[in-house]
Design a protein around this ligand. Structure first.
Ligand code: HPA
Length: 267
C-alpha cells in the first residue's frame, strides 16, 4: 500500500472511526443520491489529500462512510475519468484507500448507452464482462509482476449471482451484458457503435473499466452495474448528451438502489 493511501486511511479513520468497511461503492453520473441513504459521515474529495478532482457535473465528489442495510460501506460519490486529465490510473489512490479501510470488494456503477434494442433507457444492466476498447490501461508503468492481472472472472461470479438474486427478490428487472469502454469525452459515432455491437458489446460508456482493472490488481472483488441513460449513437432519435445522461440516470438509479440494498442485506 502506498504511503499516500496509508496517510489518507489514518485521516479518514480519525473522522469516521476505526471500524473496517465491508465494501466500497462508486456512484456514476446522476447516481449520487444513493449516498444520501447512508447513515454516516461525508468528506469532500477536496479535503482528501491526493484524491482526484472528479469534477464532472452530475457527480457529488465526496466520500461517505457509514451504514446501509446493516453493512458498513464506503461510498465514492463520483469518480475521476480518464478523459478528465488523460490518466487511466486516476482512481488508483481512492481504490488503494478503500482497500486499506478494509473493503473486501467494490461495486461500481455508471451511466451507459445501450446497444441492445431490447434494453431501453431506464434499464439496469449487470456487467458480465467488459471490452477495453480504449486500449488504455491503468497498470502501464506499474513495475512489479503484479501488473499481469488475470481478467477471467474479473466480474466476480459469486457477487454477480448475489446481485441477480437481489434483483429477483426485489422484483427489479436486471439485464446482463458486456460493457465496452470508449475513452470519451466525445460520444461515439454510429459507425463506432455498429463496430462494438459486432464485437459483442451490449452497453457503452466512458468509465469503470480502469477501476475494475485496478481493483483486481489490488485483490478486491468487483461487480459493476450500468444505469442505461440512452440508446447508443445511431440506434434511436433520442438526443445523446451529458444533460440527457444526468436527466435519465435517476430512472436506472431507482432500480440500482433497490438491488444494492438487497445485496447488502444478504452479504
Ligand atoms: N456513450 C458513452 N458513454 C455514455 C453513454 C453513451 O451513449 N451514455 C451514458 N454514458
Amino acid at each position: 500500500m502506498s504511503r499516500d493511501a496509508d496517510d489518507l486511511t489514518r485521516f479518514i479513520r480519525d473522522r469516521a472511526g476505526d471500524a473496517p468497511v465491508r465494501i466500497g461503492l462508486i456512484l456514476g453520473s446522476g447516481l449520487g443520491h444513493v449516498a444520501d441513504a447512508v447513515d454516516g459521515i461525508s468528506i469532500d474529495y477536496k479535503d482528501l489529500p491526493g484524491f482526484p478532482y472528479a469534477g464532472v457535473s452530475g457527480h457529488s465528489p465526496k466520500l461517505t462512510i457509514g451504514e446501509l442495510e446493516g453493512q458498513r460501506i464506503a461510498v465514492l460519490g463520483g469518480r475521476a475519468h480518464y478523459y478528465e486529465a488523460g490518466d487511466p490510473a486516476a482512481m488508483r489512490l481512492p481504490l488503494e484507500t478503500l482497500k486499506a479501510l478494509g473493503a473486501e470488494g467494490l461495486i461500481a456503477t455508471n451511466a451507459a448507452g445501450s446497444l441492445d434494442p431490447k434494453m431501453p433507457t431506464g434499464s439496469a444492466m449487470l456487467l458480465t464482462d467488459h471490452i477495453n476498447f480504449s486500449g488504455l490501461n491503468p497498470l502501464i508503468g506499474e513495475p512489479t509482476d503484479a501488473r499481469f492481472v488475470p481478467m477471467t472472472d474479473a466480474h466476480d461470479p459469486d457477487w454477480r449471482a448475489a446481485l441477480v438474486a437481489a434483483a429477483e427478490a426485489t422484483s427489479t428487472p436486471l439485464h446482463q451484458g458486456v460493457y465496452a469502454w470508449y475513452s470519451g469525452p466525445s460520444f461515439e459515432t454510429p459507425a463506432e457503435i455498429r463496430a462494438i455491437r459486432m464485437l459483442g458489446a451490449d452497453a457503452v460508456g466512458m468509465s469503470t473499466v480502469p477501476e475494475i482493472i485496478l481493483a483486481r490488481f489490488l485483490g478486491l472483488r468487483v461487480a459493476a452495474i450500468s444505469a442505461i441513460t440512452n440508446m447508443a449513437a445511431g440506434m434511436s432519435d433520442e438526443q445523446i448528451g451529458h444533460a440527457h445522461t444526468k436527466e435519465m440516470a435517476p430512472l436506472g438509479a431507482a432500480k440500482l438502489e433497490a438491488i444494492l440494498r438487497n445485496f447488502l442485506a444478504r452479504l
